[in-house]
Design a protein around this ligand. Structure first.
Ligand code: NAD
Length: 474
């Protein structure tokens, strides 16, 4: 635990260093900057839960880093390693991540000290509901207050329990489902959330590939995904979806690194099929036509165009950074590159697309889920059929004026109205494109050479504007 505390403190320190580094470029006063940096509130709670006939005391924490926009937003992790400084660091990053992608929330994060792997479902339900009740008692959760989401050790099941507890204790509140995101679709969740982070990673990389100025001299031809050789670490939610969407757009996935080992094939690996192989055999190893790599960390150092670390933090550190041969390191995970390692990568001319921006697709679609819950209607429900009728009239008019008729398939494609998943994906795409160009714009304006400093700075400036507009109460 002591080790984890030290790690948590180092993590918080490094987030503060990134902040200070970017804040130098802002014109904001030192007082406002200090307020933007600090965690606004930390709530620690201990509560009893009866487990197998015995009373156990469970510790929980909720950190709300910033109230410049409400609600605040951030995941809840279940782990015995939950540490206050680590939760503070993660809450801080959430504030900046939301600001980068214009999600109008402050940042937050929570944790409960419990091992989700060794606890029964019944125990997990009791602990989740009691933790939610503790937050409700103090007004620390609610659609306009603070909206948790899943993180390590929690998922849609826990979010459904939280929503149900909230609804039970706030009976009749119309917007109650907006108290938490990441819920199952049948319980107020949203279609398109599962793949959102990986899809956002794909949109971000695609934008960078189209940016000839950023990639000048990198010998990455064509400005598109076509033929780009990608290695991904972690074939989980983020890694799988990022690799899948890049492959769909013409990239060649040449390596996949997992915890049990890695696989390599210079001619490309079918991501969907390799995922199926891992689910069926329990290992990524021995996938057809691939070379097994026993120590999957070696794949990080293998020659490729784009490396997507999408598993854990600190994977590229001062020890291995000098051996990274990718032209772009695209941070799918949170904190996969340490601060020291980033300096080495940048000095070696490697472009780093920072987590703060690149993996913000998840929180973006969580924002859409919250909007859906507040409006109490599925996106697309009101307009889809009307849109289709109008497209049909247009297609009919074109057919009659041109004298040519389209095939049934062409007609179906042209007259399709937007449903929830297509609206979510288009909102996500727009968000990732806009945020990319804001970061690049600030790099030009302020003469900043790395994307992480620029991403922090865009966030700091947006939050600064909020504080200036709000004024200081009283
Ligand atoms: P996940 O658990 O679905 O996937 C992680 C994958 O990494 C697993 O397949 C696991 O086996 C693999 N892995 C573990 N140790 C490894 C190792 N040493 N080498 C190679 N692979 C290893 O988790 P996820 O949701 O995909 O999250 C991955 C990262 O992305 C985390 O840092 C998380 O905080 C971050 N993130 C996730 C989301 C999201 O929406 N899921 C959003 C933002 C950021």
């Amino acid at each position: 635990m002591a080790d984890n505390h030290n790690e948590g403190s180092r993590f918080l320190q490094s987030v503060h260093q990134y902040f200070d580094n970017a804040a130098r470029y802002s014109g904001l006063s030192s007082g406002i900057l200090a307020q933007i940096k600090v965690c606004n509130s930390v709530y620690k709670v201990s509560f009893p839960v009866e487990i197998d006939g015995k009373i156990e005391v469970i510790e929980g924490i909720r950190v709300q880093h910033s109230h410049h926009k409400l609600p605040s937003k951030g995941g809840i992790r279940f782990s015995m390693q939950v540490d206050e400084d680590e939760v503070k660091a993660l809450a801080t990053l959430m504030t900046f991540k939301c600001a980068v992608v214009d999600v109008p929330f402050g940042g937050a994060k929570g944790g409960v000290k419990i091992n989700p792997r060794t606890s029964s479902v019944k125990t997990l339900e009791k602990v989740t509901r009691r933790y939610a009740a503790e937050l409700i008692k103090k007004n620390l959760i609610g659609p306009g207050m603070d909206v948790p989401a899943p993180d390590y050790g929690t998922g849609s099941r826990e979010m459904a329990w939280i929503a149900d507890t909230y609804q039970a204790l706030k009976y009749g509140e119309t917007n109650a489902l907006g108290c938490v995101t990441g819920k199952p679709v049948g319980q107020g969740g949203i279609r398109g959330r599962a793949e959102a982070t990986g899809l956002g990673v794909y949109f971000g990389i695609r934008e960078a590939l189209a940016d000839s100025e950023l990639l000048k001299g990198k010998n990455l031809s064509g400005n598109t995904m076509q033929g780009k050789r990608i290695i991904v670490q972690g074939l989980g939610n983020v890694g799988y979806n990022a690799a899948y969407f890049c492959q769909q757009d013409g990239a060649v996935i040449i390596g996949i690194a997992e915890r049990e080992g890695g696989i390599y094939n210079a001619d490309g690996i079918d991501v969907e099929d390799a995922f199926k192989h891992r689910s069926e055999t329990g290992s990524i190893l021995n996938y057809k036509n691939c070379r097994n790599i026993e120590n999957s960390a070696e794949l990080l150092e293998t020659e490729c165009d784009i490396l997507i670390p999408a598993a854990l933090e600190n994977q590229i550190n001062q020890e291995n950074a000098g051996r990274i041969k990718a032209k772009i390191v695209a941070e799918g995970a949170n904190g996969p590159v340490t601060k020291g390692a980033e300096e080495i990568l940048l000095a070696n001319g490697i472009v780093v697309i920072p987590d703060l921006y690149l993996n913000a697709g998840g929180v973006t679609v969580s924002y859409f889920e919250w909007l859906k819950n507040l409006s109490n209607v599925r996106f697309g429900r009101m307009g889809k059929r009307a849109e289709e009728a109008s497209y049909r009239r247009l297609v009919n008019a074109i057919e009659s004026s041109s004298g040519k008729s389209l095939s049934a398939q062409e007609k179906a494609m042209l007259t399709q109205g937007a449903d929830e998943v297509s609206l979510v994906r288009s909102g996500l795409e727009d968000t990732m494109i806009n945020a990319y160009h804001e970061i690049r714009e600030i790099m030009h304006q302020k003469g900043i050479s790395d994307m992480r400093t620029a991403a922090f700075l865009t966030a700091i400036e947006k939050i600064g504007v909020s504080y200036e507009a709000l004024g200081i109460f009283p």
